[in-house]
Design a protein around this ligand. Structure first.
Ligand SMILES: [Zn+2]
Length: 231
């Protein structure tokens, strides 16, 4: 086998290695925390806090209503006890009863409003919780898939590296070194020759170059400098 062909094969393996390494890096970048899950967790925490706050408000209104009801009972008892005869005092007590009732009505309206807010808030917490669960399940599935893909890629890469070792061991070390240098400079070191053209730079090759390339010796394109490989 000509050196050009050996180097071309090495290049094929290198390209495969590079594309699999890229895929592996891409997977690695997708492993880990999910922004969507983190967002949903924050949203869920905030919704729960809001619900707790509404619950506290609801209770404090209920306590205030109880308090007013007790006060009202005491004042009404006094008003209707028959013990107080002084008209001014009676009027004052009646005013007090009216005031307490008005305040209690207000609070009862507020209690109803808060109750409906609690219901809405509970519904919102439930819906965010189910969305969060869905996102977390998706994320777990995705992470598992990524881990599986990663393992497969690692096996492929290890096989390719092994193949590369075997290939390069058979090639003249000087030629391998030259290949690496060219690869560093140009990205690809070996160019196929097709229909008299260098596929690296698309220039038409001289008859002499073509003959040299055909003979299997190590020939560089006079234009781009790549090693020419004629299949
Ligand atoms: Zn060329």
């Amino acid at each position: 086998m000509s050196v050009a062909k050996q180097l071309y094969q090495l290049q094929e393996v290198d390209l495969e290695l590079e594309s699999n390494e890229q895929a592996l890096n891409q997977i690695a970048s997708q492993l880990g925390e999910s922004q969507a899950v983190v967002r949903a967790q924050t949203e869920f925490t905030l919704a729960q806090q809001r619900l707790e706050e509404l619950g506290r408000q609801e209770h404090s209104i209920e306590w205030e209503i109880d308090d007013l009801t007790n006060k009202l009972a005491t004042v009404e008892e006094k008003l209707y006890s028959g013990k107080i005869r002084n008209p001014k005092e009676l009027t004052n007590l009646q005013h007090e009863v009216d005031g307490l009732k008005a305040r209690r009505d207000q609070l009862e309206d507020k209690a109803l409003e808060t109750m409906s807010q609690v219901e809405l808030s509970e519904a919102s917490v439930a819906s965010i919780r189910s969305e969060l669960k869905r996102l977390e399940a998706d994320w777990h599935r995705q992470q598992q898939q990524l881990s599986t893909d990663m393992e497969q890629l690692k096996t492929i890469l290890s096989d390719l590296n092994h193949k590369r070792q075997l290939l390069s061991a058979k090639i003249d070390p000087g030629a391998v070194e030259f290949y690496h240098e060219l690869k560093k400079q140009k990205g690809t070191a070996v160019a196929k020759v097709e229909q008299g053209l260098c596929r690296g730079c698309r220039i038409s090759l001289s008859t002499t170059k073509l003959q040299q390339a055909r003979s299997g010796s190590l020939v560089q394109c006079s234009s781009c400098g790549r090693i020419l490989f004629l299949a």
